[in-house]
Design a protein around this ligand. Structure first.
Ligand code: DHE
Length: 519
């Protein structure tokens, strides 16, 4: 009887014990996260923690990051400081909309600007290791594993410099025409201007809270940044001083859009801008002689001298019948070959400002990584597919699909060079074939080789050297590598260790707008 009573008492005691209190997530944030991730979750030393910034992070990974921290970063482990319930509460909270809604005004942009090396403070000639290299055969490499950028001497196949970048750079870095400066955009909106001749970050600005990419005008005078949050296009001068913000609104001003990307259309002296939520494509001229445009739009951002010439730095809109946000441009930039979110393709003529034909492209073409070349006297464009194991090849004269090349899996990037008979495609969207690059003969349109250096490890994104003699491909792993492959024999020549190298960018190919790479 005594034992039974004791047992009952224990049960009652256990039932009555209060559950450990879970502090509200906003309080936990203020106490543990704010010093690095910033007020309003807008980011600071650490990245922004807004749903828009965390779209790519699965909830279970957010929980694991808070609990275990992140190796090789400043993010500590909170597993011993916070309870499991508190960690769950924080993970939920950072993935819910911030209140008040995050804002990033002109004043915020201007106040964020940093200029460690003002114009004129560094030598106007190439210094140190850069002076010894062919300046046009340098490569810039974005290493996402530990958020660094490397500079490679393409002739010696050596890394000559490595520096920490902003958190999560994305998209192609963009070069000035003389090859001295390169601009990087981070997903959190930071744009950094790097002086390649002096190996120094010379200016930075936070252009938005969630940024897609950046473009540099072909005269090197303007830098345009496409933002998701807030949905706008920010235009800067070459030293990253804000000139103008163009809001992602339609003509009537009653609908808004995020901007999906901005590209430089050098032959047109303009930027072309894709909209994520509106069926429009914009062209913003940076030619001071641009004709006035009377589109009825209220241009309410009247800053600086940019509006002195109407039409100049103001959007010219082409209305579409559906939203397009992934593009390939013909070499003269007259035509945009675009795909909708559902993968439907169409061709838009930027001069007549309308769609001229639809494309027969199944699956989800990734036209943004399209490349072109001459085949039997016809210029063709090839595109990978994000859903299907195929590369589509389209004739740019009659817009017919001339071939569908079967691949091992859905691919992301396609690359070649004027001096190479081959195009290289990955299958990085495939769980089983992401470790293999395939080599396509540009004339027969057949896969002629497969390169699989490390089974099971993601192997993707290729960039040729300026002469087309070799190419560099990424082993996209935390302890990854840059593999130098002979362009004719496909054999490995050399390997450099790298921390999840993503994109590689050859100065010459980018500045000359090689037909085999993106620009
Ligand atoms: Fe990218 C370029 C959009 C996911 C690596 N990516 C681009 C560009 C756009 C874009 C619009 C062109 C920018 C330019 O040239 O200035 N990317 C998107 C997406 O919408 C998508 C599918 C989803 C997203 O989260 O944004 C996406 N991209 C990725 C990745 O997951 C990749 C593989 C790894 C990463 O860094 O996030 C990735 N994107 C890249 C790279 C380029 C790029 C390496 C530049 C390619 C080049 O050679 O120029």
């Amino acid at each position: 009887m005594k034992t039974l009573l004791t047992g009952l008492a224990l049960v009652v005691l256990a039932w009555a014990a209060p559950a450990a209190a879970v502090a509200p997530a906003p309080e936990l944030y203020t106490q543990h996260c704010l010093s690095c991730h910033g007020a309003g979750r807008l980011g600071g030393m650490g990245p922004a923690l807004l749903p828009e910034s965390l779209e790519r992070l699965k909830r279970k990974d957010a929980v694991a990051t808070i609990r275990d921290g992140r190796a090789a970063t400043q993010m500590p482990a909170f597993g011993t400081v916070l309870s499991a319930d508190e960690i769950e509460a924080l993970a939920d909270w950072i993935q819910s909309p911030a209140s008040p809604a995050p804002a990033w005004s002109e004043a915020d942009i201007r106040a964020s600007r940093l200029e460690p090396y003002p114009p004129g403070s560094l030598p106007d000639s190439r210094q140190g290791e850069v002076a010894k290299a062919d300046p046009m055969n340098l490569f810039i490499v974005v290493e996402a594993g530990d958020h660094h950028v490397s500079v490679l001497d393409g002739d010696r196949m050596e890394r000559i410099f490595r520096f920490p970048s902003r958190y999560a750079l994305h998209g192609g870095p963009k070069f000035t025409p003389d090859g001295r400066y390169v601009y990087f955009a981070s997903r959190d909106g930071w744009v950094s201007k790097f002086d390649i001749w002096n190996l120094k970050v010379v200016a930075e600005v936070r252009a938005g809270l969630n940024t897609r990419n950046t473009a540099v005008s072909s005269d090197g005078r303007y830098v345009a940044v496409a933002n998701y949050l807030p949905g706008n296009l920010a235009i800067f001068d070459a030293d990253l001083r804000l000139i103008k913000l163009i809001d992602g609104r339609n003509l009537k001003g009653d609908a808004r859009s995020r901007l999906s990307a901005v590209y430089d259309a050098a032959p047109r002296k303009s930027f072309i801008i894709g909209l994520k939520d509106l069926p429009e494509i914009w062209e913003v001229s940076y030619d001071p002689a641009a004709q006035p445009i009377h589109d009825g739009y209220v241009h309410d951002y009247k800053m600086g001298e940019a509006i002195a010439t109407p039409g100049f730095l103001n959007p010219r809109r082409t209305q579409l019948d559906e939203v397009l946000d992934d593009f390939f441009f013909t070499q003269d930039y007259t035509h945009v070959v675009g795909a909708s979110r559902e993968g439907r393709g169409q061709v838009i003529n930027l001069d007549v400002r309308q769609a001229i034909t639809r494309l027969d492209l199944p699956g989800m073409p990734h036209l943004g990584s399209g490349i072109s070349w001459l085949r039997d006297g016809h210029r063709v464009v090839a595109s990978t597919n994000l859903k299907d194991a195929r590369v589509s090849v389209i004739d740019l004269q009659d817009w017919r699909t001339v071939a569908t090349i079967p691949t091992l899996g859905p691919g992301f990037f396609l690359r070649s060079h004027e001096n190479s008979p081959y195009a290289w495609v990955d299958s990085m969207m495939s769980p089983t074939a992401r470790d293999t690059l395939q080599v396509i003969d540009k004339q027969t349109l057949e896969v002629v080789a497969r390169v699989r250096p490390e089974p099971g490890k993601t192997f993707a994104h290729v960039e040729f050297d300026r002469h087309g003699r070799y190419l560099i491909a990424s082993l996209m792993e935390k302890d990854g590598a840059l593999l130098f492959l002979d362009a004719r024999t496909f054999q490995e020549i050399k390997r450099l260790p790298a921390s999840k190298p993503i994109g590689k960018y050859n100065l010459y190919n980018k500045i000359q707008r090689s037909e085999g790479t993106s620009h």
